[in-house]
Design a protein around this ligand. Structure first.
Ligand SMILES: Nc1ncnc2c1ncn2[C@@H]1O[C@H](COP(=O)(O)OP(=O)(O)OP(=O)(O)O)[C@@H](O)[C@H]1O
Ligand SMILES: Nc1nc2c(c(=O)[nH]1)N=C(CO)CN2
Length: 171
């Protein structure tokens, strides 16, 4: 693999067997010589942020991959994995079997509707920041330590470690 870039991806699910979906989705995301798994965060339970009030709690996690795909190719890859897991887009921030967002892509930044990097809402989402900080205590977002950003996130009290099935993701 040439031209490798490290990218942080955030995964979320609150419909179906969410833990199993996350586990399968990680395997699908890295099931390619072009996307390798480097690091995996713990899974967290989180209270839904935005969208309909009556939706189930989420499971969230982040991973770091190394890839030679370009950012738009990686987006297409993430969306194909979402589709494989029956992702639908009916209601903004509504319940979903699987969401995969690109949080960072090396030093690349973009600000178009199809792809905004760093992800425009990551810095205020504890369901992204907390697992990320647990995975990598030195991670930076917008030049700030992710571990410090967590304490300013409005939803930080809605985050709990997930104590369910003990899946081993081996990078
Ligand atoms: N960094 C990014 N990661 C993933 N999708 C992105 C990103 N930036 C822009 N998008 C675009 O956002 C569109 C909507 O994505 P999606 O339906 O997953 O949003 P959401 O997860 O419900 O909300 P949010 O964007 O607040 O996380 C996608 O079709 C994609 O083109
Ligand atoms: N707790 C939680 N809330 C959300 C989530 C998510 O993954 N977890 N994703 C959203 C849109 O991407 C909107 N709200």
């Amino acid at each position: 693999m040439t031209g490798r870039v490290r990218s942080v991806l955030a995964l979320g699910s609150n419909l179906g067997d969410s833990h199993s979906t996350l586990s399968l989705a990680v395997a699908d995301l890295v099931d390619s010589t072009r996307v390798r798994l480097r690091e995996v965060s713990p899974v967290v339970r989180s209270i839904p942020v935005g969208g309909p009030a009556d939706q189930p709690e989420y499971l969230n996690m982040v991973i770091e991959v190394e890839t030679d795909l370009g950012p738009y190719e990686l987006l297409a890859h993430c969306q194909s994995v979402e589709e494989k897991h029956h992702r639908t887009r009916d209601v903004r921030w509504g319940p979903r079997t699987l969401d995969v967002d690109i949080i960072t892509f090396g030093d690349f930044s973009s600000d178009d509707e199809r792809l905004t990097i760093p992800h425009p809402r990551a810095a205020e989402r504890a369901f992204v920041l907390q697992p990320w900080a647990w995975m990598d205590s030195t991670a930076l977002l917008h030049g700030r330590l992710v571990a410090e950003l967590v304490s300013g996130a409005p939803d930080r009290t809605g985050i709990q470690p997930y104590e369910g099935a003990d899946t081993q993701w081996v990078p």
